[in-house]
Design a protein around this ligand. Structure first.
Ligand code: ISE
Length: 321
């Protein structure tokens, strides 16, 4: 049995996943590549044997399609998720699951109505070897309880249409995911401070920013988000324990996240495929997609107000417990 995947969205991430599924993933093939720009779909599908089509409906008509990988811009995810849920097929949905908490909650409710978990959200850091070894150390507790996390998240530069909320929605969303992953706790509040602005940041963007995050048990995490750091892509975490300190990622500088997390993306997609063939999901759930969307909403409000802002979550449905 193999997964015959329709990849939706043939931009940077979608094209990378098409190549990955074709070259590196066991028990999966790319059956269709979907993009409203058919030439872009064709370019991504070339050499894979996949059919290039312009809509998800056409992709579902392709013989054998039995799974969906969604890699369109975030604001298009909700509709694609409903179409895929309706067909009850395994779904890997790139982050963010949807752009705001209300739409993410609607998706959670649609999955709850279906009665089984079909949606895995593409938070790939959980599959990175460094993140996994730090998580194992936190759980083993040899250095005592985890007290604080210091996180740095630097991109070399931003694209032309970048806006300030994207610092949170596009980038810090991964730190929300990582902090929830490390601590096993929900995030309760977010505060954002703008500091001295880099003269190399695009006009209208205050970059870098400092984000202070608190979890249920009071663990504090601070994030330096700096999306025009110029020298390259670097993502690092220092964990402070009662009796020790451990760091991951510092000094691992690459041109972008594509190279830095290449192995993590491979492991994530393979875990999705393996789990899907068992009728399960193999990573972050729609609940995680919702909870991080709520963190982003609080983060963007905090960015505007400068205030410590509470993260408001609905009660967790039984399906995700
Ligand atoms: C990008 O969209 C990602 O998802 C990367 O993982 C993140 O590090 C980067 O800041 C985002 O722009």
């Amino acid at each position: 049995m193999s997964l015959n995947v329709a990849v939706i969205g043939a931009g940077r991430m979608g094209a990378d996943h098409v190549r990955r599924l074709h070259e590196s993933i066991d028990n999966a093939t790319v059956a269709a590549v979907v993009d409203i720009d058919l030439d872009r779909a064709k370019a991504a599908a070339e050499g894979t044997g996949a059919l290039a089509v312009a809509s998800l409906a056409e992709a579902f008509a392709v013989e054998g399609v039995n799974a969906v990988l969604i890699a369109t811009p975030g604001f298009l995810h909700e509709e694609a998720l409903y179409q895929a849920l309706q067909r009850d097929v395994p779904i890997l949905c790139e982050k963010p699951m949807t752009p705001d908490a209300a739409s993410a909650w609607r998706v959670v409710q649609a999955e709850v109505a279906l009665g089984r978990q079909r949606i895995q959200v593409g938070f790939m850091r959980q599959f990175d070897a460094g993140y996994q070894s730090l998580k194992t150390e936190i759980e083993a507790g040899a250095a005592g309880s985890l007290l604080m996390l210091h996180c740095a998240h630097r991109n070399a530069s931003t694209l032309a249409d970048f806006t300030e909320p994207m610092l949170i929605n596009d980038s810090v969303v991964h730190e929300f995911d990582a902090i929830r992953f490390f601590t096993g706790e929900e995030i309760t509040s977010v505060q954002v401070r703008r500091g001295k602005r880099s003269s190399l940041a695009p006009e209208g963007i205050s970059d870098p920013q400092h984000v202070l995050i608190e979890t249920e048990s009071g663990i504090l995490a601070d994030v330096e988000i700096f999306v025009n750091a110029r020298y390259g892509y670097e993502v690092a975490t220092q964990a402070v324990f009662e009796n020790g300190v451990r760091s991951i990622g510092a000094g691992e500088v690459t041109p972008s996240f594509i190279e830095r997390f290449a192995a993590a993306y491979d492991a994530e997609v393979q875990a999705w495929v393996d789990a899907a063939l068992r009728g399960e999901i193999g990573g972050p759930s729609a609940w995680d997609g919702y909870a991080t969307a709520a963190c982003c909403e609080a983060g963007v409000a905090a960015q505007r107000s400068g205030e410590q802002t509470a993260v408001v979550l609905a009660a967790k449905p039984e399906l995700y417990r």
